[in-house]
Design a protein. Structure first.
Length: 269
C-alpha cells in the first residue's frame, strides 16, 4: 500500500508565549486529507515563559508535536536546524508562533501542488488579525514564473507557503547570514528554479501587532537597508533594471513615506 505523504510543519517560537498555543492549535486542527503532519515546535532561546509553556503543552498531550529547545541563533538558523535535523516530510510549511492557519490550509495546498506538474511551491493570500479593520494582506497574486515581479516587490505572505523538501535542499535552505528579510531571499532563490502556484484565498491569519518584525524594522529605520541586502545578494539571478526599479520603489516606501506608514501601522495594530 502506498504510504501517505508527510507534511512537516515548523513553528519557530521566540517570545510569543501569549500566542504560540493558538498557532499550534491551528496546526493540530488542520483537516486531514490523505497526508500526515509532522509538527516540530522549535524555541529559539525565548526570554519570556515560552519554553516553560511549550513543555507544559507537550506534557499535557493536547497536541502531538516534537519540541526542540535551544540557545538563540536567529530565525534562519532555527528554521534550517528544524528542517535538516528534525523534519521527516516530503513537504514543508512554516508557521510563525504568533499567526494561525485556516483549517483547510494544508489540504488545499497539497492538492494544488500534487496536480501542478513541475511546481514545488504554493502560496495563498492572508487575512490580517489583530487590527481594527480586517482585510487581505495582498491583492497581488501571480502564478508560474514570478521572478521578475518578485524582484520588484515581495507580495507573497511568508506564512502561506508550502514547498517541497527537494526545493529546500536544491536552493540550500534559508540564508544563514544576517538577513532579516529571509522570506524574500528564500522566495527569490526558489523562483529561479521552480514556477509558483497560488491560491486566491485567505489561508493564513497574519497577526499585526507592535512587535511584528516589519513594524520594528520600519520603526528603527532599517527596513530599506534590509531590502537592499536581499537585492544585492541575489544580483546573479535578478535583472539589474528590475533591481533598480525595486530600489527606487522601496526608497519611496521606506524612506520618504516611512513616518506616514509607521503611523498607519501603529493605528492598525
Amino acid at each position: 500500500m502506498k504510504s501517505k505523504p508527510i507534511i512537516s510543519v515548523i513553528v519557530p517560537s521566540y517570545n510569543h508565549a501569549a500566542y504560540v498555543e493558538e498557532a499550534i492549535k491551528s496546526v493540530a486542527n488542520q483537516e486531514r486529507g490523505d497526508f500526515d503532519i509532522d509538527l516540530i515546535v522549535i524555541d529559539d532561546g525565548s526570554t519570556d515563559n515560552s519554553a516553560e509553556l511549550l513543555q507544559e503543552l507537550q506534557k499535557s498531550g493536547r497536541y502531538n508535536f516534537k519540541l526542540v529547545l535551544k540557545a538563540n541563533e536567529g530565525l534562519c538558523r532555527t528554521l534550517n536546524r528544524a528542517i535538516r535535523e528534525h523534519a521527516a516530510g516530503t513537504y514543508v510549511a512554516v508557521l510563525a508562533s504568533d499567526d494561525m492557519w485556516r483549517a483547510d490550509k494544508l489540504r488545499t495546498q497539497l492538492q494544488v501542488l500534487q496536480s501542478a506538474e513541475g511546481c514545488e511551491i504554493c502560496y495563498s493570500n492572508a487575512e490580517t488579525l489583530g487590527t481594527r479593520k480586517k482585510g487581505t494582506s495582498s491583492t497581488f497574486m501571480f502564478s508560474g514564473s514570478i521572478r521578475s515581479i518578485l524582484t520588484v516587490y515581495n507580495f507573497v505572505p511568508a506564512g502561506t507557503i508550502l514547498f517541497t523538501r527537494h526545493l529546500f535542499d536544491t536552493i540550500g535552505g534559508f540564508d544563514d547570514g544576517d538577513l532579516k528579510l529571509e522570506d524574500w531571499d528564500f522566495l527569490l532563490r526558489a523562483s529561479a528554479v521552480t514556477p509558483f502556484c497560488c491560491i486566491r484565498e485567505n489561508l493564513l491569519l497574519y497577526r499585526v501587532h507592535s512587535e511584528g518584525s516589519l513594524i520594528r524594522m520600519r520603526r528603527t529605520g532599517i527596513l530599506f537597508k534590509e531590502k537592499m541586502k536581499v537585492l544585492r545578494k541575489n544580483r546573479a539571478i535578478t535583472s539589474p533594471l528590475l533591481r533598480a526599479v525595486s530600489a527606487i520603489l522601496h526608497f519611496g516606501l521606506d524612506q520618504v513615506l516611512r513616518p506616514f506608514l509607521y503611523k498607519l501601522e501603529a493605528l492598525r495594530s
